[in-house]
Design a protein around this ligand. Structure first.
Ligand SMILES: *Cc1c(COP(=O)(O)O)cnc(C)c1O
Length: 789
């Protein structure tokens, strides 16, 4: 990177774009000028990468979500120009951190699924794999969260306020997407994905919806201003927000429109490119492309490809279906029934009847095939694509796709044995496992520069960042007191940094010398933040009773957004805030423990929380968390896992050893045995501590702001609400085991050397959780693509 060159560019850009000399530029302006300057530096390599890929089979990753976070710091790391640019900024009189901090997160995703897509982009580029991402350029990403009067409120996420220097609008690649009632333009915005080392630059193509015509001139002339802009607004609604509320029909219609908009634009783009380079030899299509469907959200790509081949290219239906059968693969991310997508046939009929017709034809082929295999209608039923007035998206993906994968070993086993057993008996060869991963560049090199330096220092060079299994070499320091002390000094430094940030952002003072016990992830009942909360309340009561209780000083930190329409998730946030309020205000107890719920948990907050964690809380009901990736980020940064045997926790503990983690609670087999005669009330009646904390929900100890939501939560755990049985997620059944395991944490934390060794064993054994490993497995075992020189 030419430092002088960057500086000159920034000076020029400041004049052109802001009309001022760079020395008068504000921080957001410096961010914009620097980002644009860096873009100018990578354009040639970006072009070269595209060209080099043309001679090879490529994979296309279709995802409705990309939870990218900030771009500047990550791109500087991957360009290996961080220190140089930090110096340049210093010459301009600003600190690189301050400039990084003004950037808004690109939060075009909800949680783990969207973050996985972002990590895969990074790893594909770093591994030189010809992979292109396709997604949507939501004008508003995931809502911003703040707390008021003890509960969560939301506001729009206007992430484009300072402009978008990290994408390039490509008007010449515009396509038209046709719905029954309207035709709209899809404009691509290309985001560069810089591979580590800066040589390879992949592309994430995000589509934005725009009207064919800006406004109706005649209506405007007649002074019907709102009407003149109606078409424009209706079109722009398609990519206005990530996941609009889908609890009513209008919302549902819009969500389905979004999905079709994404896949139609993407498939047209892929077909256009294929024709340009290979003519219309459709039999070769699958030799050049593999298309990965990230969950069911982009599954309409299957009928859309068939539509293009049949209606626009004149292929026969069965030939088109065969092409689809060799092109698409599907990733399943959840076994929660409520998350399996089913769309009303009626909605599809309204929006795109031709697509529905194609889905019907596919369903007929399925029924014929199963009929030949001797299936009765009853036996066929779980596999049907169309039934009960709905389109079952996962069934469409599994029937047509050539591969389907779960995202952790346990998850894939559950799919095979129970949830998708009917499919497994039909097509065992389609089933694969691809345990999730995380990119070590963002989650260690960028987020924990101090630890990265220590590792580079000890291993001799930086190559571990591209081959994370090299971290295993660190085990040789397991008895090296000097190394262990350095490791703990870095952890302490990250805790100090986090404490400063929390002080500034949340106005809460925490002690970096206390144990940081962290649970950060989306808020869901199955993730059981309320189990953690009830434990904390129990600890509070015990400290009130006995102020001399022998525990190390501890800070419990939560971060989580609740879906705005998910009532009980919001109650749980309110509960934790009320407990935090009770404890932090108690002069005696708060000397020993504090509770913080950080607001607006997102990728950039995660980058501060993860390196500062002493303990990683991963306590989902066994069998419910498909994989988790937060658990991997925390392991990589040296936090032992406190968790259930669920998702990738199983593999994490398999790598780093049970003795270096804290495993508790019911396992999948235990829950299977318990489920038909589970009686949560028995636990309540037999365990006085548990009774005490549950009663605190309804006896006035805790203030729910007059909402009645703590009573509802109490009822959901003890009595069942509506049609749901009591305590569906086995909170009460696991309470005692949780408490006993937490005692072990406190005991272990007292021995500083032992704790440092546990931390080291987690770091050293986290190599397999690099998304570089995951993406190479997709490349080799699903897509059949190779790294390109
Ligand atoms: C990694 C990550 C997640 C996923 O966390 P899990 O604990 O695996 O559910 C969600 N949100 C953000 C911001 C993340 O960085």
């Amino acid at each position: 990177m030419e430092k002088q060159c960057i500086k000159e560019y920034m000076e020029m850009y400041s004049k052109i774009a802001y009309g001022k000399n760079l020395k008068y530029a504000t921080k957001p302006e410096i961010w914009g000028a620097l980002s644009t300057a860096l873009m100018s530096q990578i354009v040639d390599k970006w072009h070269d990468t595209r060209k080099a890929y043309k001679a090879h089979k490529a994979a296309y990753y279709l995802s409705a979500e990309y939870l990218m976070g900030r771009a500047l710091g990550n791109n500087l790391i991957n360009l290996q120009a961080y220190d140089e640019i930090a110096e340049l900024l210093k010459e301009l009189g600003v600190n690189v951190n301050e400039i990084e901090e003004v950037e808004e997160d690109a939060a075009l995703g909800n949680g783990g699924l969207g973050r996985l897509a972002a990590c895969f982009m990074d790893s594909s580029a770093t591994m030189h794999l010809p992979v292109q991402g396709y997604g949507l350029r939501y004008r508003n990403g995931l809502f911003k969260q703040y707390f008021k009067d003890g509960g969560q409120l939301e506001e729009a996420d206007e992430w484009l306020g300072y402009g978008d220097p990290w994408s390039i609008r490509k008007d010449d690649y515009t396509v038209e997407v046709k719905f029954q009632d309207m035709t709209v333009k899809a404009i691509p915005y290309d985001v560069p994905i810089i591979g580590y080392g800066g040589e390879i630059i992949n592309t994430l193509r995000l589509w934005q919806a725009e009207p064919l015509c800006e406004f109706n001139f005649n209506l405007f002339n007649n002074q019907e201003y709102d009407k003149a802009l109606e078409e424009k607004n209706r079109t722009e609604d398609i990519t206005r927000v990530l996941y609009p509320n889908d609890s009513n029909d209008q919302g549902k219609l819009l969500r389905l429109k979004q999905q079709y908009f994404l896949v139609s634009a993407s498939m047209q783009d892929i077909v256009r490119d294929f024709k340009k380079h290979h003519g219309n030899v459709w039999g070769d299509f699958a030799k050049w492309h593999a298309i990965q469907l990230n969950d069911t959200h982009p599954v309409l790509a299957i009928p859309e490809l068939i539509r293009i081949l049949v209606d626009e290219e004149g292929e026969e239906f069965d030939k088109a279906l065969d092409i689809a059968r060799t092109t698409f693969a599907y990733t399943n991310h959840t076994i929660l029934q409520e998350a399996l997508e089913k769309w009303d046939i009626r909605l599809m009929e309204i929006l795109f009847p031709r697509i529905l017709q194609i889905i019907k034809a596919i369903d007929e082929r399925l029924q014929t095939e199963l009929g030949h295999k001797g299936y009765t209608m009853e036996k066929m039923n779980p596999c049907l694509i169309l039934k009960d007035g709905k389109v079952h998206m996962a069934n469409l993906a599994i029937y047509v796709g050539f591969a389907l994968n779960g995202v952790a070993k346990l998850h894939t086993e559950i799919l095979k044995e129970t949830e998708l057993h009917h499919w497994y008996t039909l097509y065992p060869y389609k089933f694969q496992n691809k345990t999730n991963g995380i990119t070590p560049r963002r989650w260690l090199v960028l987020a924990n520069r101090e630890l990265a330096h220590l590792i580079t220092n000890r291993l001799g060079n930086e190559s571990w960042a591209m081959d994370l299994t090299k971290l295993k070499q660190l085990t040789k320091y397991i008895e090296d007191e000097g190394f262990l002390e350095e490791l703990m000094a870095i952890k302490h430094e990250k805790k100090v940094q986090l404490a400063h940030y929390i002080e500034e952002k949340e106005g809460i003072t925490i002690d970096p010398d206390s144990l940081f016990d962290i649970q950060v992830k989306r808020l869901h009942e199955y993730k059981r933040q309320h189990l953690n909360a009830l434990y904390i309340l129990d600890l509070y009561f015990r400290l009130k009773e006995n102020p001399e209780l022998d525990i190390p000083k501890v800070t419990f930190i939560f971060g989580a957004k609740a879906f705005p329409g998910y009532y009980r998730a919001k109650s749980i946030i309110r509960l934790i805030l009320a407990i935090a309020d009770l404890i932090n205000k108690d002069e005696g107890v708060s000397k020993k423990m504090k509770v913080v719920f950080v607001s607006n948990y997102n990728v950039s907050y995660a980058q501060k929380l993860v390196p500062a964690a002493d303990l990683s809380k991963q306590i989902s009901t066994a069998g419910k968390e498909a994989s988790g990736t937060g658990n991997m980020k925390l392991m990589l940064n040296g936090a032992p896992t406190f968790g259930t045997y669920d998702g990738a926790n199983v593999e994490i503990v398999g790598e780093s050893g049970e003795e270096n983690n804290f495993i508790f609670g019911l396992r999948v087999e235990d829950i299977e045995k318990l489920q038909n005669n589970y009686n949560p009330r028995a636990y309540y009646e037999q365990n006085p501590d548990l009774k005490r904390v549950l009663d605190a929900l309804v006896d006035g100890t805790l203030n729910d702001g007059g909402t009645g939501c703590f009573r509802e939560l109490y009822d959901s755990l003890l009595n069942g609400v509506n049609w749901d049985r009591a305590d569906q997620y086995y909170v009460l059944a696991d309470f005692k085991a949780f408490k006993e395991e937490q005692e072990k944490v406190f005991e272990a934390y007292k021995n500083k050397k032992k704790w440092a060794q546990m931390s080291l064993m987690n770091i050293a054994n986290s190599g397999v959780f690099s998304s570089d490993r995951t993406i190479m497995q997709y490349a080799n075992e699903i897509w059949g693509i190779n790294p390109v020189e």
